[in-house]
Design a binder for this molecule. Structure first.
Ligand SMILES: [Cu+2]
Length: 392
């Protein structure tokens, strides 16, 4: 049981980086110990059949965060690339054209200098890329710590209509922003685990905090209906963080029998402050998702998932965000959305690929009821890599 010696060192050394270095050494030294089997395959060493063959279905779909725990002193690193494409606008569940928006939707800033009675600038499409770097560390067999830091790139195209009324197009422009988003960190706490030779169940509690590390003061050059091109504070949708400390509670249940697995998760995001430094807070988020997966071979599984989310409106207002455009109005944020998602999980079984996970998930909304006018989501893509250090 000499692997316990570095394990204790891991526990006393609080820094994750230090733990990583020690772990790599300890795992390579005792690579044959079944005690070191990871969360994705600790259920298979017991039957003796696949001592070190990780299961592809040992993790949920890559778009789900916090689906699993780790054993004590395990460190997992992950990278996810997430893309979201939005094209066109909706009010509620109905599509609405730019021409309709600029002739019918009131401008909440009407009455202030140079502000026309209706909206005059319409976002037409938006692309968002997120590079999410994550680490998970097994503090004990019951409690896994996790931290995630996103790097976000946003790009939005717009049409500006000429003057205070009518449907004559003046021109088009693009705004973009990029930078680090909000750092989140917290724990995954095991509430219930059961295992038999060929099945398992887990119930985990999730608690994370999100720190306001993302910028909420991004600026960009716009084209106004009068033809001027000032640099202004970009609307809420183009900012990179919430600006508030947030709490993300959740609960997740996963089950597997043979090669069939299931999961269900609730996750929320609640703002812990009434307003950020710029005078507003984002809406609260509630998400529920459920999935089923089938493992075709130990190295490959595929999944089907349904996800529902409700996002609230923005409360308060940033006095620096003003303009005849829907994205400058805090009321035109939030709504309900249902996505259907297909995913695939791959995991290397031996050699240099052993334990390296590659996974992808593609989602398409089937229902959107938006506090609009607001841009609608057309699809989401998540591609990710995960590796538990020293797991094989
Ligand atoms: Cu993990």
């Amino acid at each position: 049981m000499f692997h316990c010696i570095p394990a204790r060192m891991c526990r006393t050394g609080a820094a994750l980086a230090a733990a990583a270095a020690i772990q790599t050494i300890s795992f390579s030294a005792v690579a044959d110990s079944p005690m070191l089997a990871g969360p994705s395959h600790h259920m298979v060493y017991e039957d003796g059949a696949f001592k070190h063959a990780p299961r592809a279905d040992g993790h949920g779909p890559i778009g789900v965060m916090g689906d699993h725990r780790h054993h004590r002193d395990e460190l997992m690193l992950s990278y996810r690339y997430m893309n979201m494409w939005m094209d066109g606008n909706q009010i509620g569940t109905d599509d609405v054209s730019p021409q309709e928006i600029v002739t019918t939707v009131p401008n909440r800033f009407f009455g202030q200098p140079m502000q026309p009675p209706t909206l005059r600038v319409v976002p037409t499409d938006m692309n968002m890329n997120m590079h999410m770097f994550g680490a998970m560390y097994g503090l004990t067999d019951q409690v896994t710590l996790s931290a995630m830091l996103p790097y976000i790139e946003k790009d939005m195209n717009h049409i500006t209509f000429k003057g205070p009324m009518g449907t004559t197009e003046l021109g088009r422009f693009n705004t973009n922003s990029d930078g680090v988003g909000d750092l989140s960190f917290g724990g995954i706490i095991g509430l219930y685990d059961s295992k038999t030779e060929n099945s398992e169940q887990h119930l985990n509690l999730l608690v994370s905090l999100s720190a306001p590390t993302g910028s909420i003061t991004q600026e960009g050059r716009i084209l106004t209906p009068m033809g001027t091109t000032p640099v202004v504070r970009l609307p809420y949708a183009m900012q990179l963080g919430s600006g508030t400390w947030d709490i993300l509670p959740g609960i997740v249940y996963t089950a597997r029998t043979g090669n069939v697995s299931f999961g269900a998760q609730y996750r929320g995001n609640f703002r812990l402050e009434d307003e950020n430094d710029e005078g507003y807070r984002l809406g609260n988020l509630n998400q529920v998702t459920g999935w089923a997966a089938y493992q075709w071979a130990p190295w490959v599984s595929s999944s089907f998932r349904v996800a529902y989310q409700n996002l609230g409106e923005i409360e308060g207002i940033d006095p620096n965000i003003v303009g005849p455009v829907q994205t400058a109005n805090p009321d035109y944020y939030g709504g309900d959305r249902v996505d259907l998602l297909l995913g695939v999980n791959l995991i290397g079984q031996r050699g240099v690929t052993c334990g390296h996970r590659l996974a992808a998930e593609v989602g398409v909304p089937v229902y959107q009821d938006l506090n609009g006018p607001q841009m609608e989501t057309d699809y989401t893509v998540t591609v990710g890599w995960q590796k538990t250090l020293g797991d094989c």
